[in-house]
Design a protein. Structure first.
Length: 234
């Protein structure tokens, strides 16, 4: 266990280098009763993410819950919301929107090419890292505003220069839409989205940071959204 802890600390500190990355895997993380981060990081490490030139995994602690093991989220905006209102996204979901966009903006500061938003409870499938990077290297950032590599928008790439536009759109729609509703025509008119032909990420998390999603009724209603298979057709 000590070796894993040391390894994670080294990984989380990599982004401090002054070099500019061409592909940043950007992983916001927050407090939950069960953490999947160590297992997820191992899936990236097993594919030699450290040895791939110009590529980095940045793990951003959005709520100061990781005891110094992750990179702190800079300029965090806290949603002033204590009671969920009917017809609006829940307070916690709105906070996620703010945290995710802040994470993307922070990751984009280190990146010249692509920022890939990934989740802290989704492993990358075997060989998936190479497939994502290779695919992105063949896409034109002046034409594509978003590229999806997993079911249910669990791994979505943005050209770094498009991140501010996406963040602005999410924040303007904070009270009407959750951040993961990424309808490209609504925030990047005239741009295209790319959808990869097979799923490259596997969801392993069954305990959500949003507590209302952990009750039995939600689990039964949304079981299909929690499960996926590596390389299944998208």
């Amino acid at each position: 266990m000590k070796k894993i802890t040391l390894f994670l600390i080294i990984l989380w500190s990599l982004h401090k280098a002054s070099s500019m990355y061409h592909t940043t895997f950007c992983m916001p993380t927050a407090s939950r009763s069960v953490s999947y981060v160590a297992q997820v990081v191992r899936s990236y490490a097993s594919q030699n993410v450290f040895q791939m030139d110009g590529i980095v995994l940045m793990i951003l602690d959005t709520d100061n819950s990781s005891a110094g093991n992750a990179t702190a989220l800079q300029s965090r905006v806290v949603e002033i919301c204590s009671v969920d209102a009917q017809g609006l996204p829940p307070c916690r979901v709105r906070q996620q929107g703010l945290d995710v966009t802040a994470s993307l903006l922070q990751c984009a500061d280190f990146t010249s090419g692509w920022v890939v938003l990934v989740e802290d409870d989704c492993e990358v499938c075997a060989g998936g890292l190479d497939e994502v990077v290779y695919t992105l290297s063949n896409l034109h950032t002046d034409e594509i505003a978003m590229a999806k590599f997993s079911k249910f928008v669990r791994a979505t790439a943005f050209p770094a220069r498009m991140v501010p536009r996406y963040a602005k759109s999410v924040r303007e729609r904070l009270n009407t839409h959750p951040y993961d509703v990424t309808r490209i025509e609504e925030w990047a008119p005239g741009k295209r989205q790319y959808i990869h032909h097979r799923n490259l990420f596997h969801h392993i998390g069954y305990v959500s940071t949003v507590e209302t999603r952990n009750d039995n009724e939600y689990r039964l209603s949304y079981e299909a959204l929690r499960s996926d298979v590596c390389f299944e057709k998208m």
